[in-house]
Design a binder for this molecule. Sequence first.
Ligand code: FAD
Length: 467
Amino acid sequence: MDDVHEVGPGADGSALTLRWSTGGDPSSRSLWFDQAQAADPRPARDPLDGDTTADVVIVGAGLTGLWTAYYLLEADPALDVLVVEQHVAGAGASGRTGGWFGAGPAVAAVRIAAVHGPDAARTARAALRDAVVEVGGVAAAEQIDGDVAVGGLLTVARSPAQLARLAAEAEAARVWGDEVELLGPDDVAGSARVAGALGGTLAPDVGRLQPVALVRGLVDVLTGHGARVAEGTRALRLSPGAVVTDQGTVRAPLVVRATGGGRPAGGRHAVATAPLAEEVWAALGLRRGVVLADAGHRPVRALRTADDRLVLSLRSARQPSAPSGQDLAAVLRLHRALAGLLPPTAGARTTHAWGVALAGGPLPALGFDADAGLAWADGGGDDGVAAANLAGRTLADLLTGGDGALTRLPWVVRGAAGASGAAGGAAARRLAGRIRAAVREGAATLADQEERLTGRPSRLTGLAGER
Ligand SMILES: Cc1cc2nc3c(=O)[nH]c(=O)nc-3n(C[C@H](O)[C@H](O)[C@H](O)COP(=O)(O)OP(=O)(O)OC[C@H]3O[C@@H](n4cnc5c(N)ncnc54)[C@H](O)[C@@H]3O)c2cc1C
């Protein structure tokens, strides 16, 4: 369900309108929530207890909001930071990922280069790659046990056309500073034994992490440093200097919207198997920390969890429709993909299936209206986990008056235009988002068919969107 809210105008009568997505039904728990709860059972944190004040109030305890709070306190430990979350921390997309984190597709740099020039695109790519290192570094420094392992994204070609396309993509990625390695079939087999693999690529800046463990670890670090995190507290209105919630009003000179908003971008679905036996892992040969993807235009990503399950996920035009966030067609497709890619998993039992509407594009989108004291960061699309860290660091720098290199990245918007950029026409935008996602999915299917028929890389690849 696409849960979209409009807020505005501001309490002072300004024309500000902000939009956000709640990220779906909190009752649909991912594997990650179940694992975290089993390891460390904890009740929801207390909601806000009536009206209060803070130096900064952050709406949304997903990774974007939590990383923003983290870096704010790092910049100024004396700051009074309050995070308000309508459900529990991580209830949105952050707690339901497919389990990987990475710098995202290098091809997205082309868009930046078209508007801001090639140097800006290279700087932006470097910042996204650095975010992967930063996430792992902070998790280690703060002793957050988030099962972080960075083994790279192994994309496997199973037809000559796919192999040719991967080679061209690796070459193009180098322009943006991405060191994507071309692999022969033996190299691929060293990381994963995929049926029919002809070769592939390895992009190093990708790994796996347990997102709810990271979310909870960040909450613990924040509260340990004196920040408040109020769960079960829904923001009803954001305006300069105040957030009205269903539990009271927070007055704060700085307000951050970190609600996972952004342009609707279809859905993402994931399934987890039960823990697989050691002999199955021996047959699969999938190295821990390696994220496996097929080279189709609607790729499935797979990884091995710390407790020896396989988690698979795929993007689709359809948003998860059932209240649980599960989508039978997507689950069936994931099962077929699993059996096709990794035959030794045939018969593996699925224990979890989850999904949630995706928001945002392949690049971060954030900004700060210094006059209104309002900052915002939208969901980072498919690769939002590392992007959320980058967004948090950037927002903290903007809010504390810094002007470091991150604040000059091409996606940073300053002024009211950014805060109100998504104003008006929510229904039309949802429809446009669905149409875009459906066109990409149709093009992806056709592109795969074209490659099967011609044996050459498809000319529709560009239309199918970033993989
Ligand atoms: C199924 C799925 C799998 C994905 N897999 C991956 C992956 O493997 N790797 C990757 O990098 N990216 C992945 N993504 C994308 C990634 O999860 C997101 O881009 C990222 O987590 C966004 O973080 P966020 O904090 O901006 O948003 P969210 O995590 O959605 O956080 C926003 C928070 O705001 C809260 N909120 C909303 N409205 C209000 C309100 N009015 N009052 C109070 N609180 C409110 C929500 O409850 C939510 O907790 C996936 C996304 C989906 C949907």
